[in-house]
Design a protein around this ligand. Sequence first.
Ligand code: KIV
Ligand code: ZN
Length: 541
Amino acid sequence: MNVPDSEGKTVPGADGTSGSKVRDMFAIGDNIRKVIDSSVLPKSVKILDTTLRDGEQTPNVALSIDDKIRVAQALDEIGVGIIEAGFPITSEWEKEAVSRIAKLGLKAEVLGLSRSNKKDIDAVLECGTGSIHLFIATSDIHLKNKLKITREQAIEKAVESIDYARSHGLKVEFSPEDATRTDLTFLKEFVSAVQEAKADRIDIPDTVGIMIPQAMNYLISELKKICRVPIAVHCHDDFGLSVSNSLAAVLAGAEEVHCTINGLGERAGNAALEEVAVALQTFYGVETGIDLRKLTHVSRLVSKLTGVAVQPNKAIVGDNAFAHEAGIHVHGLLGESSTYEAISPEIVGKERAFVVGKHTGTHAVQAKLKNYGIEIEDSQLKELVGRIKKLSEGGKKFDDAELIALAYDVLGRGDEPAKIRLDEFAVFTGINFTPTATVTIDIEGKQKRASETGIGPIDSSLNAIRSAVSKNIVLKEFRLEAITGGSDSLCEVTIKLGDRRDESIISLGKSVGADIVITSVEAAITALNRLCYIKNDLIAE
Ligand code: KIV
Ligand code: ZN
């Protein structure tokens, strides 16, 4: 999508984002544009994702072949241009994974990593990827201590391997490993030789993450003077600068950036794809081909499959990236979201969240309660916020269900007799038996009985309750968490119910107990009573 920039020219925007949101994004870019040299800045930047190779080198991460395939498909879906699927020489298993990814028929270019020798290249050829990522170290530290070869020998090996790979029909991306600690005169000589040998792209790895943005900008500018093929950068995060260094390289003309989802990778990891893609599109208006709205989904998928949790305060995809607690901030946001948000959360597939805690102000609490159909007077709101702050200072954490329970207490509804009470409940389940639940529910003194089946005991129980009370009830969310370990552990169930006739109505119930079915039923009854309070015609149906 093209949108007008601050000077009225059209610049590329984030795929799938609305004009006004993209303009929001570009508001940040006005000052940055002053340092952009548009004769150097590329129009678009390719993302090479190496989650399946460098990302898998994260300590204690090992993906199954099926999981690697799922990640490759997800990367392709979000629009990654190049996928580094693995390092085929490392094992037969890895070879199998890369081969299967190569056969998926993805839109993305798929490549395998290879050292500069025939055995490694043959392993990539066996996978049928069509492209190869070749590397050899060029810094004196690596040449002397690891490879024990001279600079000239490194050039020879690089050229020979490019010749061999190309003669077998492979497209070649070449990396002088540890380029950023390589003597610049030699690096230029090396890059020229690799280019002469007809490498298709040259990558500059900051292997141990020792660059700063200004130095990266200088290095890429120097290499651009001699490079006719596209330049990529591969930045590690040892000093937390991988994204900044990648952006600085693009400002100097780099046309490709190596990234990983959630910044996974060796040691402190690599540049995080979600941060690089959003920053490139937001700050520079450079197109990356990435559908930003799908970033949160792919981040969660990779976190689940690798078992590496995303830190809550992680930029773009962390749980707190669009969560607000401070009263002043919430007040500002409720008036105009750009006051305290650099970009709108929907742009990256997230939702804004107001968190209730020590720093909460009245506006956040009022907005939250309104969401659940609860109106509250000013004096009661003040009392409620006072109680929240006091409890939070004592270490209490609030979720929405607890906030509502406290609000009901302040509103004096906590002591009111419930409209809906569960008189009898039984559920039958087993193997080769359809789970069936029967309930007798007292609704304002009138007994209603219902039996329903479901795909499990909880499902059938909730269906029976719905049948007895009202078919208009819809289950919006069901969350079950074990509080302690072991088969006798306590569980916590949170249930969100709605009214089929009115999308805006939601109610929340929570219960803690030892039996997951009974605890779920209790949470549902709490949510139902709250729903009746918001929507008093619910049980008349
Ligand atoms: O960090 C690095 O230098 C690498 C190379 C293999 C490109 O991962
Ligand atoms: Zn690396």
